[in-house]
Design a protein around this ligand. Structure first.
Ligand code: GRF
Length: 214
């Protein structure tokens, strides 16, 4: 049964494109049933056909909860098996997360639990870390705090800037996200009481994948 994936994105959508490319290449048994954005101008929306696009300007709403309620109704209408936040830059409120509990994933550009939130690359450089990377985790109401499913390290190189490091991390994000999306689409991934599991085995430490430089 082909898994139905809804994607939330706020920007360029390169992670969404990685999913689309994997599907087209027969490497991911899924279909994107909607792309949802808080930015009507997000290029991510242009990566799918018009009927699959949904966007609203969050400023048009009186509250985060009101925006999230419309978003949740639109996502639910697509009847997704999974909801993937791929470069979605708004915090999802508790009502949304609980409505899709256990089925919302997020790709985050750090080796969680390090560097939750924004500016992760600059923070890793500032700390003098030898390695940085990306994580895919289940979304819970607390920001970037859900069970981590898989991670991939990226070495910090001499002379790295936040931009050069971000570019290398983004390449790894794409491959990591496809890996986890495949686990989800193949019915191998679950979350129970805050613990991720693959094939019924709890992940007490995240899977660690090593990707050769692209
Ligand atoms: C990137 O900075 C990525 O690290 C994070 O969201 C941003 C945009 O990603 N996940 P995308 O190109 O829109 O997928």
């Amino acid at each position: 049964m082909t898994a139905r994936i809804a994607v939330l994105a706020s920007g360029g959508g390169s992670n969404l494109q990685a999913l689309l490319d994997a599907i087209a290449a027969g490497q991911l048994d899924a279909r994107i049933v909607g792309v949802f954005s808080d930015k009507p101008a997000a290029f991510a929306l242009q990566r799918v056909s018009e009927p699959l696009r949904w966007s609203r300007t969050s400023k048009a709403y009186p509250s985060r909860a009101a925006f999230d309620a419309d978003l949740a109704d639109a996502v639910a209408a697509a009847t997704p098996d999974w909801v993937v936040c791929a470069g979605y830059m708004r915090i999802l409120g508790e009502a949304f997360v609980l409505r899709f509990r256990g089925r919302v994933l997020n790709i985050h550009p750090s080796l969680l639990p390090k560097y939750r939130g924004l500016d992760t690359h600059a923070r890793a450089l500032e700390a003098g870390d030898a390695e940085h990377g990306a994580s895919v985790h289940f979304v819970i109401p607390e920001l970037d705090a859900g069970a981590v499913i898989a991670q991939a390290p990226v070495p910090v190189l001499a002379g790295d800037t936040a931009e050069s490091l971000a570019a290398r991390v983004l390449q790894v994000e794409h491959r990591l996200l496809v890996h986890v999306a495949r686990l989800a689409a193949d019915g191998r991934l679950a979350e129970h009481e805050g613990v991720a599991s693959v094939d019924g085995h709890p992940l007490f430490t995240p899977q660690r994948l090593e990707f050769a430089p692209a």
